[in-house]
Design a protein around this ligand. Sequence first.
Ligand code: ATP
Length: 388
Amino acid sequence: LISEVAEKNNQTVFIVGGYVRDLLMHRKAPTDIDFVTEGNGIDLAKAVAHEINSKLKVSVFKNYGTAMFKHEGLDLEFVGARKESYAEDSRKPSVEIGTLEDDQKRRDFTINALAISLNKENFGELIDPFDGILDIKKRILRTPLEPSQTYSDDPLRMMRAIRFASTLNFKIEERSLASIKSEVERIRIVSMERIMVEFNKIMLSEKPSVGLKLMEQTGILHLIIPELTALKGIEEVEGQTHKDNFWHTLEVVDNICENTDNLWLRWAALLHDIGKAPTKKFMEGNGWTFHGHEFLGSKMVKNLFYRLKLPLGTDMKYVQKLVKLSSRPIALIDDGTSDAALRRLLFDAGEDLEDLFILNKADITTKNSSKQAKFKKNFEYVALKIKE
Ligand code: ATP
């Protein structure tokens, strides 16, 4: 139908972007399909929608030259093919009308620049000017244009590269990685909301440590959440060391992701030790201590959520609560408390979880190494129970 309407309007039309990529990778059923036309995208959207049902509501984004409507549970988005050029201080390009090839060139990665023709003369043909198919096979993220140009033009693409590396389990091409590192400061021109959309996609991926490690390695993490990179490293005093709390955090995050898709529970795992960098002390006779880190950490969550423009309501309070509790309920489980008893205790405690950990204040820490191994997974275990 789209093909026919376009032909009637004397326009070409192609499917582009994520839908084509996911189709070739046999990934999940799509939720949105992007169409590009050499011509006016808004007109085409309106004409197609009208043909389906004259009452269909089309949302028009005039500034972007795009229009979309919903059909059979899918978001169908239409855009006119365009050519972009960027100014130094903004990620908003100036736009000219272009050809399909111009439009493919402006896309972030070769795997996102694939198009399928819906035009009569070559219906179904895959148009792949930058070897995106080969990159899908090689599982590599590569930019259609010079990487330094691509990332400097729109630094959000740095986050997108890392997001796709994490969600698709792809490698970022070496030249891209080098460009991200050298252009990293430009991430500052991207709004925090946009950064967080990508960050949360990383957090929701199967193994967020892939993306978090790349963020650390490229310097992005230090720019946006320095509280986390401050956990890096091991210090030694009088022959005593402590664990590297950054790497430990990544382990906890990956563990928790095996158990839950709850984004905020995953955030709680990510932030559960942030109070440790500012509370770290070496005490004669006692070794390394992090007294009160859960309480400080929980306070830090609030500042962090504010700065990162994350929601400040119940989701944040939930993360704060879990950070505060993160080490305490460990003692509870290690007490030998059975699963059923733990459930009952949590139930009895209701929302007033303060009671719960006062109850178990006695043996919060242990130096016994066989217990330590068991403790590793306890944070997420307890967190899940609380959620139930
Ligand atoms: P997903 O739906 O899994 O998030 P997607 O590739 O569809 O993946 P979108 O953010 O919906 O991601 O973007 C649609 C398409 O638009 C991309 O495939 C890409 O071709 C292009 N695109 C999106 N953002 C950018 C950007 N910042 N720079 C260049 N091209 C982009």
